[in-house]
Design a protein around this ligand. Structure first.
Ligand code: AP5
Length: 217
């Protein structure tokens, strides 16, 4: 099961990746979470990407590809993984295809979570994340069991620094210019599976799960 979740910022990629990981046991490879962890650690990669992420711009392709290539070699990825936030440019998508082809592998499902931009902006205002695990909540649509605390790790939930409205608007522009062409790349190959991302979280999960297994997991 090699799955890609695509869609604009706030489409629910991370939320669905968390559910898929929890229920399938496959690792969630979120490039955003990996980069945020690098920034929090103050590693050389973190220092390189901090300002880029604060602006809402994309990190260079060669760096992203190197991070993903390294990660998918790890033993826990042998039977599959859930990609959240990668690929994000046509160059990344092409490189991923080549990387998999070298091992006679391919992506099994590429899901596009289709969501209107106004909905996305509303979602960001209420988003809260667990800084270490990256698990995502929404104060209204997907609240934790105890307000402000992550269900899994017990960490205190915070708002992401790139969730300010002006940065969100810029991320949406970057998405339209650089990531929307990736949808076209997969659509032309007949591999893009569109899911209505405006439904409640569990309904979106059900739609994905049915395509993965032919029934809800
Ligand atoms: P990243 O962390 O990947 O951010 P993003 O793609 O902008 O996506 P988000 O994480 O903001 O949204 P999401 O779709 O995961 O939605 P979520 O589930 O949280 O990337 C951050 C930065 O890292 C980039 O700007 C870039 O700088 C860099 N980067 C990362 N990958 C890169 C790459 N490959 N190349 C170059 N640079 C890269 O949901 C949002 C909110 O809505 C939550 O509060 C959630 O609870 C709620 N929600 C979710 N689903 C629903 C629903 N169905 N109904 C109601 N509410 C919902």
């Amino acid at each position: 099961m090699r799955v890609v979740l695509m869609g604009p910022p706030g489409a629910g990629k991370g939320t669905q990746a968390d559910l898929l990981k929890e229920r399938s046991g496959k690792p969630k490879l979120s490039t955003g979470d990996m980069l945020r962890a690098a920034v929090a650690e103050g590693s050389p990669v973190g220092k390189q990407v901090d300002e880029i992420m604060k602006r809402g711009d994309l990190v260079p392709d060669d760096l992203m590809v190197a991070i993903i290539e390294e990660r998918i070699k790890k033993p826990d990825c042998a039977s599959g993984y859930i990609l959240d936030g990668f690929p994000r440019t046509v160059a990344q998508a092409e490189t991923l295809d080549k990387m998999l082809k070298k091992h006679n592998l391919a992506l099994d499902h590429i899901f596009y979570l289709d969501v209107d931009e106004e909905v996305v902006v509303e979602r960001f205002a209420g988003r809260r994340v667990a800084p270490k695990s990256g698990r995502t909540y929404h104060v209204r649509f997907n609240p934790p069991k105890v307000t402000g605390i992550c269900d899994d790790s017990g960490e205190e939930l915070v708002q992401r620094s790139d969730d300010k409205e002006e940065v969100v608007r810029h991320r949406l522009t970057v998405y339209r210019e650089q990531t929307a062409p990736v949808l076209e790349y997969y659509r032309k190959q007949g591999r893009l599976e569109t899911v209505d991302g405006m439904q409640p979280v569990e309904k979106v999960y059900e739609a994905i799960s049915q395509r993965l297994h032919g029934a809800a997991a």
